[in-house]
Design a protein around this ligand. Structure first.
Ligand SMILES: Cc1cc2nc3c(=O)[nH]c(=O)nc-3n(C[C@H](O)[C@H](O)[C@H](O)COP(=O)(O)O)c2cc1C
Length: 401
């Protein structure tokens, strides 16, 4: 049995990733903004949710296929964009792409990834989606859209929740700034993780931002390309007109990632955005944001039943995915959960993370009495059951009077 095989849950993969990475790198994955209230908010939103099962429903044959934008995937979740994944393990994005293809789930590749979308598409084919950050020079974002069209990508996402950088204090304390400020304690700590150190320096140190390489000077180094990227993003001057321009430029499905306010949801869908990823960026941006799970019912009410709503932030269990679907999400995305897998064990690690979540979804569906995703809904939520029972009991009281 390989080391990865021994992982029983996502938390095991997290521990393996943590063991492999120097603190400065693991903290970059794990950390949130400021007091990291957002991280706890996300975890608690799932922990506080209660599902009430029904029994004596034939669930011998269960399936978790999910259809989104007319395409059926093997499971109701996909892989969220995580920038610079190649720094945690060389070629991490290629492993994420290949695993997504093999498992038949979508992989939304980050615009700040080390592998390029062209490399990703070779491995993931139609399972590759691409994420874009707005850039000060609009020609970059529109060129990224054009490249996605040229590759035949069906779906892109624009991330709206990074108007400015956030205050991630773990990174500042650790010296996770470019060029990496290697203090003596950082170096000594890194020596305790020789596999990562060897892998990182053998592959040339800081990996290239693959999607931005061509926008740098000829033969630009990874550092120079990263400088260009940092000058261009985040761009606080992006406005709805920029989304409109991308909408007009891209004929496929356009997602807006990070929508939290119902009014923003209305504006986006009003201008032809096809779906929303309700997300607080995994607690990495505004620390005081509510959890996406808390906002989901309001956003659903704002956009109506037909707009696909995806959700991420805090998903670590199949039951979290099932709960999000019961709350009204159509699809769920995993950020750290699959990244732990890629970091801990490359391709095998991502496949393990995906299979853990799939197995957990299957068992939770069996426990609830749901044979497929269409059978999931608010009727399983404790608050719905309670409200329904109260309504009945009040009706009975009125009847008796
Ligand atoms: C290391 C890391 C890098 C990320 N990079 C990006 C990115 O480049 N673009 C983006 O839209 N979101 C990015 N995110 C946010 C994720 O797409 C996703 O919203 C978040 O991880 C979900 O929360 P979870 O990690 O609790 O699942 C990143 C998250 C992490 C952990």
């Amino acid at each position: 049995m390989s080391r990865i095989d021994s992982a029983i849950n996502i938390d095991d993969l997290k521990r393996m990733a943590k063991r492999r990475l120097p603190k400065i790198m693991f903290d970059f994955i794990e950390g949130g903004a400021e007091d990291e209230v957002g991280l706890r908010t996300n975890a608690n939103a799932f922990r506080d949710l209660r599902l009430v099962p029904r029994y004596y429903i034939d669930t011998a044959k269960r399936e978790q296929k999910a259809t989104l934008f007319g395409r059926t995937y093997a499971s109701p979740f996909g892989i969220a964009p995580t920038g610079m994944a190649g720094a945690f393990r060389k070629d991490a994005e290629l492993y994420l792409a290949q695993a997504a293809q093999e498992a038949d789930v979508p992989y939304l590749m980050s615009g700040a990834s080390n592998a390029s979308m062209e490399q990703g598409a070779k491995l993931a084919g139609k399972n590759l989606w691409f994420q874009i950050y707005g850039a000060k020079n609009r020609s970059f974002q529109l060129d990224l859209v054009k490249r996605a069209i040229d590759l035949g990508l069906t779906t892109i996402a624009v991330t709206c929740d990074v108007p400015v950088s956030s205050n991630r204090e773990r990174n500042r304390r650790n010296g996770f700034v470019r060029p990496l400020r290697m203090t003596l304690p950082t170096i000594l700590e890194a020596m305790l993780h020789p596999a990562w150190v060897i892998n990182y320096y053998r592959s040339g140190g800081l990996p290239m931002l693959g999607n931005w390489e061509r926008y740098g000077e000829k033969n630009a180094t990874p550092d120079q390309v990263a400088d260009l990227f940092a000058k261009q993003t985040p761009d606080p001057s992006q406005v709805w007109g920029d989304i409109e321009a991308i909408r007009n430029a891209f004929p496929g499905k356009l997602l807006l990632k990070g929508v939290m306010h119902p009014e923003d949801a209305r504006i986006a869908t009003g201008m032809g955005v096809d779906g929303l990823i309700v997300s607080n960026h995994g607690g990495r941006q505004l620390d005081m944001m509510p959890s996406p799970l808390d906002m989901l019912p309001m956003i659903r009410a704002a956009v109506g039943p037909d707009v696909p709503l995806l959700l991420d932030s805090g998903v670590r269990r199949g039951s979290d995915i099932v709960a999000a679907l019961c709350m009204g999400a159509d699809f769920v995305m995993t950020g750290r959960a699959t990244l732990y897998g890629a970091t801990a064990g490359g391709l095998e690690g991502v496949k393990k993370a995906v299979s853990i979540l799939q197995r957990e979804i299957d068992l939770v569906m069996g426990q609830l009495g749901a044979v497929n995703l269409a059978a999931l809904g608010p009727q399983y939520l404790l608050e719905t059951v309670r409200a329904e029972e109260e309504r009945r009991n009040t009706g009975a009281m009125v009847g008796r009077r």
